[in-house]
Design a protein around this ligand. Structure first.
Ligand code: NIG
Ligand code: FE
Length: 430
């Protein structure tokens, strides 16, 4: 049994209490449930009490000596941040394509010429399980250093059974061995492999009849995702792929309306997806359909920033009642970052969201986007002991003072894993 942890006297303790059953919408996204001079008692990996320091010091008066004390005075305390959309498990990087894009080539041109997702697929195919594990493990450490305690991870840099399986097995091993929680998504429908270029429907058939059933049977993923985009998978093909996943118990997710409007948001609502992600070019009709069905809009302003495109209209989505979450989209092509706090700044500056809304979007709503709203995303009794402490006094400063890693301490499952901005020794992979 681990020692109890007593986090004391935060200048602001952002609890986000009261949102575990459904993602938050509209004005609810601004209700942070802040406790000034707030404290949290965590034991057996679980939050046992939340309140003012005075209340908790009285409640645990005769147990103070046995707890590990974490002094949060002058600091901001939030639930551990949740990243609901990453391509964590991949090999290599694509700075050459970054350079090409700066000289005028587009993301889709590079992909259609055999680069882009295909380039990372080649690198991922060539990497051994151990190499892939090591690269991804180190990325998880970087996420943790930025205050992120749960990460969704997609496959999709294989698109054949062997490599998809390798990515999913790496994600599984990371979930077992790394302290950050890794939630797995199958994304065999990330691109059409070149051998199927002339007959993409045949690849859809392989996904539906072979890969999806195998992934589900092995229990290697909870979600099934598809890149629904002009020149990749059509809405019709995407529907077939997502419905097949549902028949096998995989919850639908979708990369929707990223580069061109393609009625991806509408499709997400129609198939009952848990989230529709990107949405830069989503139609108002699609947004309304998402709001009606409670589909979480996972917005990725880092991708728009990096692709030099206009961000999704987060403000409009919130006003229309879409529950909005934020994510890095961490991947080597369109968003090579692990800094969710930087993405939160972009949420304010590029999507018209308020600092309070982006906090909700990166915690409780992000948890709902990966079906974890009851376990994480808020500081409430019974939830996992996942807490991030930032070296700033209030929540607005997190977005205001951008591009700086303010993470001071991270508690994961009731254990201090980042201290003074540094990972604890045992997390380093030699
Ligand atoms: O979410 N849009 C499709 N997939 C990723 C990018 C993958 C890549 O370029 O390697 C995304 O942006
Ligand atoms: Fe993505």
């Amino acid at each position: 049994m681990t020692k109890a942890i007593f986090i004391r006297n935060a200048s602001q303790l952002v609890t986000l209490h009261g949102g575990s059953d459904a993602p938050r919408v509209k004005a609810e996204m601004s209700e942070l449930g802040i406790i000034e001079n707030g404290s949290v008692w965590i034991e057996d990996g679980v939050i046992q009490a939340v309140g003012t320091d005075e209340e908790l010091a009285a409640k645990y008066a005769n147990r103070l000596a046995e707890a590990e004390l974490v002094d949060a005075s002058g600091k901001l305390v939030t639930p551990g941040l949740v990243d609901p959309h990453t391509h964590l498990v991949h090999a290599g990087s694509r700075e050459n394509e970054f350079n090409m894009r700066l000289q005028g080539k587009t993301y889709m041109e590079i992909m259609n010429a055999g680069g882009g997702i295909h380039a990372t697929t080649r690198a991922t195919k060539a990497a051994s399980h151990e190499q892939l594990y090591k690269e991804s493990y180190n990325r998880l450490n970087q996420f943790l250093r930025h205050g992120v305690t749960t990460v969704e991870a997609k496959s999709g840099y294989g698109m054949d059974w062997e490599t998809e399986l390798k990515q999913l097995e790496v994600a599984k091993e990371l979930q077992e061995k790394h302290v950050v929680d890794v939630v797995s998504t199958f994304m065999g429908a990330h691109a059409v492999p070149k051998e199927y270029k002339e007959n993409p429907d045949e690849f859809v058939r392989v996904l539906v009849e072979d890969l999806i059933p195998k992934v589900a049977e092995l229990g290697l993923a909870e979600f099934n995702d598809v890149f629904c985009e002009h020149g990749v998978f059509t809405p019709e093909q995407s529907r077939v792929i997502l419905e097949a996943g549902k028949r096998h118990g995989l919850i639908a997710k979708i990369h929707a309306d990223e580069i061109e409007p393609y009625e991806g948001a509408e499709l997400a609502a129609e198939v009952g997806a848990i989230s529709a992600d990107h949405l830069l070019k989503a139609s108002e009709k699609g947004m309304k359909a998402m709001a009606e069905k409670g589909v979480v809009g996972v917005l990725l302003p880092g991708t728009a920033y990096f692709l030099m495109a206009e961000s999704a209209n987060g403000r409009k989505m919130i006003d229309l009642g879409v529950p909005v979450a934020l994510s890095t989209d961490c991947n080597p092509g369109s968003s090579p970052t692990v800094s969710l706090p930087f993405i939160m700044s972009l949420g304010c500056l590029k999507m018209g969201m308020t600092p309070a809304e982006v906090i909700t979007a990166a915690t409780i709503n992000a948890a709902h986007a990966i079906n974890r709203g009851r376990e994480i995303g808020s500081l409430e009794i019974g939830k996992k002991g996942d807490v991030t402490i930032f070296n700033i006094e209030n929540y607005m400063k997190l977005q205001y003072s951008y591009g700086v890693n303010h993470t001071d301490t991270v508690v994961k499952n009731g254990r201090v894993v980042v201290k003074g901005g540094q990972l604890i020794e045992e997390l380093s992979l030699s």
